[in-house]
Ligand binder design. Structure first.
Ligand code: PLP
Length: 430
């Protein structure tokens, strides 16, 4: 009996006692290869000395001060450093405690921006089907992940969803996506749309689906033309995960707003931020400011770790992500690329998705009752491998996806182990 309301209620959870590099050890002496960095979070790796030192140093200086009363050197330094890396002009960052808060903050920034320009009718959020932006109500409303929305449907319904950028099952060109986005904007009424939010590369909900190269430039052009702010949700793709600093860097587009979380501190401290362009910031600031705030926002500890993460990525880990990503893809392709139940292996950098199907030619998904994803995850766990997963993406019920997103500090041997155990898990259950 436990007093913890655990995330998982149908099985006992092992007790994690130590983590180092790409491995997690449990109280019973087992070792798990962290093939997904938890939920694609631990970019740098576990037990990194530089990150731990940054935490210790900042915790000894200042533990907590309120964002309306103080700033800290750690936060000011971090903002300077990250602003130089962000694909945003004259960026300003608003630090929060995680991805959902970052998304809520960015949505409110978009609304505040339009209000500041006396464009009061702009409130509608445009998002994509089969997307994920968080579990708080505003972020969930933007999310197109049906199984997560279903229980809370009475509280949702303001956001409008356009097709997912998912070439495997949604064969639309960038131009067709842009046209669909424009049609949605016109149907809602261009003067009512506040923002378009999307993941640069789809996260777990679509297993690292990568849009075609003409997608982002075309969609951003339509949004710009209609005065709709573009929010790049980089909570999963940010901080090197796709082999570039940020996902949109692959296509050279510059959003108005951007959200970050997960990899920003590699999971060492709950942290994230919403970033706005200088123009968005100045507009809101000059009209009286931003009505928003959280007790834990503007946290110096998260900022200090964030600076250490940037230093580690600069120090070779970002390059290592590219090299290891290519190697892992090659090994997976060789091992299970032709497996009759592997529909597609996709992704960028060390953000890799494996879509499992009952029939490769027709792309027919397994029936949900077969619990294929759950069996693959369990088979991986039995071999000491942790993977991330998602179900229901095809129609809200069926659809099986497994995701890999390991730490960038993996050794060559870890990569081989990861590919080998993933292949065994996939083969053993399909
Ligand atoms: N946005 C994206 C793209 C995500 O992948 C996630 C989490 O998986 C979130 C937002 C929500 O982040 P958090 O779980 O930190 O609230």
């Amino acid at each position: 009996m436990t007093r913890v309301w655990r995330r998982v209620l149908d099985r006992e959870l092992p007790v994690a006692v130590h983590a180092e590099g790409a491995w997690i050890e449990t109280a019973d002496g087992s070792r798990y290869l962290d093939g997904a960095g938890g939920a694609i979070v631990v970019n740098v790796g576990h037990g990194d000395g530089a990150l731990l030192e940054a935490m210790r140093t900042q915790a000894e200086r200042v533990q907590y001060v309120h964002g309306t009363m103080f700033t800290t050197a750690a936060l000011e330094t971090y903002a300077e450093e990250v602003a130089d890396l962000l694909p945003i002009d004259q960026a300003r960052i608003y630090p929060v405690s995680g991805g959902s808060e970052a998304v809520e903050t960015a949505l409110k920034m978009a609304r505040a921006y339009h209000l500041a320009r006396a464009d009061d009718d702009r409130s509608v959020v445009l998002a994509r089907e089969t997307s994920y932006h968080g579990n708080t109500l505003g972020a969930l409303d933007a999310s197109g992940k049906l199984p997560l929305r279903a229980p809370y449907a009475p509280w949702l319904g303001r956001a409008v969803h356009v097709p997912a950028a998912y070439p495997y099952r949604v064969p639309m060109s960038g131009k067709q996506h842009a046209d669909a986005t424009e049609r949605a904007i016109e149907e809602i009424g261009a003067s009512r749309v506040a923002a378009f939010i999307a993941e640069p590369v789809a996260g777990a909900t679509l297993g690292a689906a990568v849009p075609d190269d003409d997608y982002w430039p075309a969609v951003v052009e339509v949004c710009n033309r209609h005065g709709v702010l573009v929010i790049a949700d980089e909570v999963m793709t940010g901080f090197g995960r796709t082999g570039r600093w940020f996902g949109v860097d692959h296509w050279g587009v510059r959003p108005d707003l951007l959200t970050a979380g997960k990899g920003s501190t590699s999971g060492y401290v709950p942290f994230g931020f919403a970033a706005a362009s200088g123009q968005v910031f100045e507009t809101i600031a000059s009209a009286g400011g931003f009505v928003h705030g959280f007790t834990w926002s503007h946290n110096g500890l998260g900022a200090a770790v964030g600076s250490a993460v940037i230093a580690r990525l600069r120090d070779g880990l970002l390059d290592r992500c590219v090299v290891l990503g290519e190697r892992l893809r090659k090994e997976l392709d060789a091992a299970i690329g032709e497996d009759p139940n592997v529909g597609e292996i996709r992704g960028l950098g060390l953000m890799i998705g494996i879509e499992l199907v009952a029939d490769r030619r027709s792309k027919r998904p397994f029936a949900r009752a077969d619990h294929v994803t759950e069996r693959v995850v369990a088979a991986a766990r039995d071999q000491g491998l942790l993977v991330y997963s998602s179900t229901g993406h095809v129609d809200g019920t069926d659809g099986d996806l497994v995701m890999l997103g390991p730490p960038f500090c993996m050794t060559d041997e870890d990569v081989a182990t990861l590919a080998e155990r993933t292949a065994i898990a996939v083969r053993s259950t399909t």
